[in-house]
Design a protein around this ligand. Structure first.
Ligand code: ZN
Length: 269
């Protein structure tokens, strides 16, 4: 296996600084500490992207400092992962699917489809070759998925996948595709990246709440035995910091309001 390329001196220094900082660093803080203020922001962004290729990099919003970065573990698996799926893993994935395409529901027996083990999150977006990130899909679905995914920019995708908050992640992903329909499976990947969402469609509906204010159009299309949904964002508004908290507070307010309305008016005393 080839050794990963060495970082150049300043990128390495930025990485060391990130590792030493307990509360993470914002871009301006990093640039100041490195005396890299003369360097263009674009150039500096590239350094951070290089770090992100090999290390988990968490990003969160701080009211006073803006976007803050925290470095995590080195992506040993991802760096070594060239998208190769072993025969054993492939067999396990196909076996688990019980002869049915996990995307459109067509079967080997009834529809004569051929199943292929495919990465749910593409390796180019940082997906790895594990049982969890693989599924068995038919050739037609694989082709459709490939074409759809090819329309997303790799760098953009990687940056979107860094948002730890599910609402932020979904919103930023749709923002990159403003005015373009995005397939449900792509949004499902993005939603389920860090924690399994019991209802990722609801996360999308929540983005339409007046407190968030995104406009998302949904269209449906038949595809084999399944009906595919496509979501298209038609406006953009910056999300508030901690959007999930804002959404839950909004739901609670609505709930208590409707409960009050349900109270019997003839409650004596
Ligand atoms: Zn299929």
């Amino acid at each position: 296996m080839a050794q990963p390329k060495k970082f150049n001196a300043m990128t390495q220094q930025a990485l060391d600084l990130l590792k030493e900082s307990r509360h993470g660093l914002s871009m301006p803080e990093m640039r100041e500490a490195l005396a890299a203020t003369a360097e263009s922001q674009e150039h500096f962004n590239r350094r951070v992207r290089d770090i992100r290729k090999r290390f988990a990099l968490e990003k969160f919003y701080d009211q006073d400092r803006g976007w803050v970065y925290k470095v995590g573990a080195e992506k040993v698996g991802a760096a070594a992962d060239l998208g190769q799926v072993s025969e054993k893993l492939r067999a396990a994935v196909i076996h688990r699917a019980h002869g049915r395409c996990e995307m459109c529901g067509r079967t080997i027996r009834d529809d004569g489809v051929k199943l292929q083990a495919d990465h749910r999150i593409p390796t180019s977006w940082g997906g790895v070759s594990t049982l969890e990130n693989l599924w068995a899909i038919c050739e037609a679905c694989n082709r459709g998925k490939r074409n759809h995914f090819a329309s997303f920019e790799e760098d953009d995708m990687r940056s979107v996948l860094e948002f730890k908050n599910v609402h932020e992640r979904l919103a930023q992903f749709m923002r990159l595709n403003l005015g373009r329909p995005v397939a449900d499976y792509a949004l499902e990947f993005v939603a389920n990246l860090f924690d399994r969402q019991d209802d990722w469609q609801k996360r999308i509906r929540e983005l339409r709440y007046s407190v968030i204010g995104l406009k998302i159009a949904v269209t449906k299309k038949r595809d084999g035995r399944a009906t595919r949904s496509f979501y298209m964002l038609t406006n953009w508004k910056e999300l508030p910091p901690e959007p999930t908290r804002v959404i839950r507070a909004y739901e609670n307010r609505n709930r208590s309001r409707s409960k009050k309305a349900e109270l019997p008016t003839s409650d004596a005393d």
